[in-house]
Structure formats: C-alpha cells, structure tokens
Write a protein that binds this ligand. Sequence first.
Ligand code: PHE
Length: 341
Amino acid sequence: MGTQSSDISAALNEALAALESADTPEGVRSLVSQVTGKKGSLGSLKSSLGSVVDVEERKKVGAAINEALSRLAEAADARLTVLSNAELLRVIGADRVDVTERALKSDVAARLGRTHLVTQATERLEDVFIGLGFQIAEGPEVESDFYNFEALNMPPSHPARSMWDTLFVDQDPQGSVLLRTHTSPVQIRVMQEWPPPIYAIMPGRVFRRDTPDATHMPVFHQIEGMVIDRNITFADLAGTIEAFTKAFFGSAFTSRLRPSYFPFTEPSAEFDIRRPDGSWIELGGCGMMHPRVIRAGGLDPDEWSGFAFGFGIDRMAKERHGVADLRDMYSNDVRFLEQFP
Ligand code: PHE
C-alpha cells in the first residue's frame, strides 16, 4: 500500500486536534515526540518513505511529510504560548491584592480616614449658609495689592493696611503681589462677576506674617459673607449673624455686635458669640458695605447696598471641639485627629 497524501493530512489533523486538548507544556511536548517518533503516525509515514519506488513520487511524498511536520511544530509552539500566557494570568491573579478590601475580622479595627476638623467646620458653615439662601464663591490665594487692599478702600500707604501683617510674593513691581491676608478680596471679584442681588459666602485659606501660638497660625481659614441687594440695613446684618450663630453652635448661643473699624465697611462692628455659661468668644468683623467698595466691584452704591462679614474658621472648630491649642490641629498627629469622628 503506497503512502497517500490523504494519509498524511489525516495524521496531521489528528495530531492538531490532540494538541488543542493538551493542557500542559509537558503534554504538548510528549504529544509531538510521540507523533513524530518511529511508531507515531507521522514518524512511521516518514520511515516508510524508503519503500516508495518511484523517485518522483518519493520526492512528492517526502515534501508533503516535511510540510506536515513543520505545520505540527508551528501549532505546538502556538499551543505552548497560549499555555504559558494562561499560566502567567493565573500567577498574577493569585498574587492580586485588593486595595479596596476592608479588614472584616472583628479583631482588626478598620482605620478609615476622615475629614480634618477645619474641613468639617467649613462644610457645616456652608450647609448653614446654603440653608439661608447663600451661594458659595472662591478666589485665588495669591492676590494682587488691588484686590486685597486698594479695592477695599485702602489706597497705597493707607494706615489701615498695617492691620494685616502681609506676606508678599517676590515679584516686580515689589509689593504688587501677595498672599491674601483675608477673604475680603473675593467680595470684589464676586461683584465683578455676578449680577446683583448677591448672597454669597466665600471660604478659603488666608496668610499673615504671624508667629504660631495657641490662638494664631500664619496660615488659617476664613469665611467671608456678603449680601448686595436693595434697601439692606444693619438690622439684616445683625439678624443674619444671629440666625447663623444659632444654626451653627446651637440655640443656647447668642451673638452681639460691638462698634469697630474696617476701611471697607461703614459702620463696622466686631461680633462676639455668647456661650451658654455666659462667657464670650470674639469671632470676626462685619459691617455695611462701604460705597467705595461697591463702586470698586462695578456696582452703583446709590442703587445697591449690602453688608459683609468675615471670621476665622479654625477658631470656630477649636471652639466647637474644645481644642486647647490651634497648633494641635496642624500637627498631623493621627492620635489627635482621630478624636474627632
Ligand atoms: N476681612 C476682615 C479681617 O480679616 C474681616 C471683615 C470682613 C470685616 C468683612 C468686615 C467685613 O479682619
């Protein structure tokens, strides 16, 4: 019986099918050596070549067998690649760490992060003022002299500038760029951008050339409030401060206003909060918007009037939580921070 090309392709197809079900590299290698070995389907066809008498026929059959052998070798390589990729994926999968996984065993306390005291206070303040109908605005921390002082009714060398120990940015012309000393510059920016009437609060970070102590930090936070509308009176200011005091601290707290001075408000006041035990905390400044400030914001002070207030958020957080020293709030000591869930 002569070697038919159909025998070769049948042997090849059988070997290829067996390859597909070999599921280890060893399985692939032993299958190949078995099929191509002396007693294997392709190997035995090769050794029977010698019995083909016709030279042309022998060449043809030989070429067909070699072709089948190289196709088998290619298929074996491809199968080995598939198997090693699968193995790699398995190893990666087994080593996978689920970074979102929380410790579930009851003896391992899950250590969840939480927002900082000052962030908590800011968010509470925002909630209270949003409830009173205010919108939130923000301005840049690096400011120009114009917004921080001049537009707030403090022309160059106005003596009131010394109320704020200013950190300047080393940029020419010297003195023209600074770290904002209060959130009041945002009043001007909001008036320039928002059409009145305006009910806005403006929380943010402010900077002063101060040595840290229990009640002062060179970097701290303020929240500014501003109302611009028609026929706004001092009674609206006092009523807003009182409403906010009760909403933030609780109904046992009240507020009072004391005469004071700020260049950007007229009249101006300092406002204090009265604790249930009768003691007072100084909280911030406020007053009726000065006509020059309204004009600097691009509005007509004969048509629009308003009030503004500003106070320190860090002090409020300190007060609410009975923290003795402001510096503790910025020590990054997790034992301190964890006391305030
Ligand atoms: N910007 C003032 C300060 O930092 C506080 C203030 C704001 C006073 C708004 C009056 C009106 O001291």
